[in-house]
Design a protein around this ligand. Sequence first.
Ligand SMILES: CC(C)(COP(=O)(O)OP(=O)(O)OC[C@H]1O[C@@H](n2cnc3c(N)ncnc32)[C@H](O)[C@@H]1OP(=O)(O)O)[C@@H](O)C(=O)NCCC(=O)NCCS
Length: 187
Amino acid sequence: MHTIDYLPVRHSETVLAELMIPSYANFGGKIHGGLILSLMDKVAYVCATKHASAYCVTASIDTVDFKQSVEVGELVTLMASVNYVGYSSMVVGIRVISENVKQHSVKHTNTSYFTMVAIDDEHKPLKVPGLLLENQEQLRRFVEGKRRKELKIQHKQLVNQVLSTSQSGFNKSILNDERCKLGPDVL
Ligand SMILES: CC(C)(COP(=O)(O)OP(=O)(O)OC[C@H]1O[C@@H](n2cnc3c(N)ncnc32)[C@H](O)[C@@H]1OP(=O)(O)O)[C@@H](O)C(=O)NCCC(=O)NCCS
């Protein structure tokens, strides 16, 4: 059980930087998306664990859109901070940039949100300290985190509702404009 009620965002802010070496490249010569995801998971883990002072697991990852590819030789930097906390969960916002160290040019490759959950020795969710919000940006991120959480719950409910309706049968006309063809066994 934590004795600290609230911790400032700066307490757990974490930066991770890694040089993109040739063995990280895919067949197209660009850096593997999975490598970037792995680095994001690492920085989220460190950030959440610092805030919680407890072991944390990744519960969910929001959409990750790769805006620009990362090249071999670039320096990838991931900046993570706790944006929102619930009881045992923390939303860690991660901004990823990639720098061409020869040309000193920097590009924003992606931003995503990882939900991390603090757990105890019996793998039970553990209460984490609240967040002390010290500026307008931290306040905005906290409110956005709360809204994202609510929207995720609504989205999940809507998907379940739509899929359960389609399980009870659907009109094949919904496939009219789709690029599929029905084989003899599904006609
Ligand atoms: C994450 C985990 C501990 C949650 O356990 P649980 O029994 O579902 O616990 P609860 O339902 O009490 O949820 C605990 C918290 O996690 C949050 N949570 C659980 N699943 C979530 C999800 N998919 N997305 C976002 N938050 C989630 C809940 O909202 C709750 O938050 P709160 O305490 O701040 O209100 C459990 O699902 C787990 O261990 N998952 C595997 C994690 C893992 O191995 N990750 C690495 C993948 S390789």
